[in-house]
Design a protein around this ligand. Structure first.
Ligand code: HEC
Ligand code: HEC
Length: 435
């Protein structure tokens, strides 16, 4: 009896010293079930909104890429990644600075500015507007051109719930341990739902957002052309008929972007292939992955802030289902130059709205944004076995090719990988196939 009490007291003390109870594991699974944030019926109905197709009457376009979130985020289930690639372009001025593209539409009568995205579809010319030629095309002058693959969203509620300080600590530690050779860039980005507030970016290939609500608003406007409370301005008014904002508040008091956000926050992280993971070669590959230093950037485990913590400028309070959870993204959510950089700087009006200049955003640093031109977020490797095209541009088609393509900050790690025997290199690849 006495010992039991003693153990209990000890663990309470240990918990108090480490700032709370021991973290528990975040649920994983490709089953599209709730991670516990909402009840199952609510999650299935949010999933329905994420899967919904939008039409012209709902505000689709005028310029757009797809009719529904799931068109680009559904492998193997809604919320996953996909093969869909987007087009981003720009150019540099003679002084070497990146400039957003200027894209003439409607026979040059209108110029689209302030975004690097080139929409690959348009709603007109159509029956109502037979004379409006609004399809965007890449002008010859925009000589920086890249593709960007759609990314995984499953488990992103846990990523959002990681404290800024956790990411900043990883950047600091990797930079000191690797003597300045590997230093993740921390980018403070606007939280659209909390004007003036910034937070450490972690979503998108360029870490352009920190909040899932902000990202959903950005995606609804820029991918689908649906204006919403946080992104109220159309990219063009040509052949636009639906009233702004297109995304209306429903009977439940929520807009579509609220549903998308809650859907993503309620997803489980990608599950590992348990059968593959149990093989001896994978365990060997996992050890080699750490030994050569892949895990300096592809960090195996992160823990979320405790339940009750306020994030996104106090607009989201971390609930029990997301708080103090350990998950395994194999990423540090920081920007690195691994020699694959596309030269593109985050376009402010595109991602943060055309009225963003009316707000004074704390700690917004243009120098940091500019220095992100050739940096890319470490691709989180959870669920990588579901992705047949790799890296931001999808240009690497085998895991081995993706690995040896890493240069820049990763060059020492790539060299150590290349010095492994072919059998050991294969073991690392087999490990990746278990993720
Ligand atoms: C046409 C394809 C396409 C559509 C449609 C689309 N997305 Fe995306 N999504 C992408 C691409 C590509 C990225 C990576 C963007 C980048 O950084 O350039 C992305 C990234 C994201 C991210 C960041 C995830 C992370 O971990 O970095 C979120 C969140 C997201 N999308 C949500 C949505 C929502 C919600 C919708 C529906 C409103 C949507 N997307 C519609 C292609 C699409
Ligand atoms: C300096 C940080 C860093 C190190 C070290 C590093 N990576 Fe990466 N890794 C990245 C970045 C950044 C990307 C995304 C690059 C891009 O898309 O252009 C990436 C992408 C990848 C991808 C593609 C994933 C996808 O979904 O497209 C794989 C696979 C990968 N890394 C494996 C490894 C392995 C294995 C090692 C060790 C041999 C390693 N990386 C070392 C930063 C790093």
């Amino acid at each position: 009896m006495k010992t039991v009490v003693g153990v209990a007291v000890f663990s309470v003390l240990a918990a108090a010293c480490s700032g709370g109870a021991a973290p528990t594991a975040a649920p994983t699974g490709f089953d599209n079930k709730s991670n516990g944030l909402t009840d199952e019926a609510t999650h299935q109905s949010d999933l329905g909104v994420f899967d919904e197709f939008e039409a012209i009457a709902d505000g689709l376009g005028p310029l757009y890429n797809a009719q529904s979130c799931r068109e680009c985020h559904q492998n193997p289930v809604s919320g996953g990644a996909s093969q869909v690639q987007e087009l981003r372009v720009g150019h540099t001025t003679p002084d070497g600075r990146f400039r957003n593209p200027e894209i003439p539409i409607n026979r040059g009568a209108v110029t689209i500015k302030g975004r690097t995205l080139v929409n690959q579809r348009a709603i007109c010319p159509n029956g109502a507007f037979p004379d409006s030629e609004i399809q965007e095309r890449v002008p010859e002058s925009e000589n920086i051109r890249t593709f960007r693959l759609s990314v995984n969203l499953l488990g992103d509620g846990f990523v959002e719930a990681v404290a800024d300080s956790t990411l900043i600590d990883i950047a600091r530690k990797q930079c000191s341990t690797e003597r300045g050779k590997i230093c993740g860039l921390v980018l403070y980005v606007p939280v659209l739902e909390a004007p003036g507030v910034t937070r450490v970016g972690r979503f998108g290939w360029k870490n352009q957002h920190a909040s899932l609500l902000s990202f959903s608003a950005d995606a609804y406007l820029n991918e689908m052309g649906i204006t919403n409370t946080l992104q109220p301005d159309e990219v063009t008014d040509l052949c636009n008929t639906a009233a702004e904002p297109n995304d209306k508040t429903g009977a439940d008091g929520l807009t579509d972007i609220d549903h998308f956000t809650r859907f993503v926050r309620t997803t489980k992280g990608p599950a590992r292939d348990a059968r593959q993971a149990a093989t001896p070669v994978v365990r060997k590959g996992e050890a080699l992955f750490a030994k050569v230093g892949c895990d300096i950037c592809h960090v195996a485990a992160l823990t979320t802030a405790p339940a009750g913590a306020q994030i996104n400028g106090g607009k989201f309070v971390i609930p029990a289902a997301l708080g103090n959870k350990t998950f395994h993204p194999y990423g540090d959510f920081l920007l690195h130059d691994v020699g694959t950089g596309d030269g593109i700087v985050v376009a402010m009006p595109e991602h943060y709205g055309r009225r963003m200049a009316q707000v004074n955003w704390k700690e917004l640093s243009m120098e940091r944004y500019d220095s992100g031109a050739n940096r890319i977020r470490t691709a989180p490797l959870w669920g990588v076995r579901m992705r047949p095209m790799l890296m931001h541009d999808g240009a690497s088609l085998t895991l081995h090719d993706a690995i040896v393509r890493h240069r820049g900050e990763a060059s020492d790690v790539t060299r150590r990988f290349s010095e492994l025997s072919p059998t050991d290199q294969d073991a690392v690849v087999e490990f990746l196939k278990s993720l």
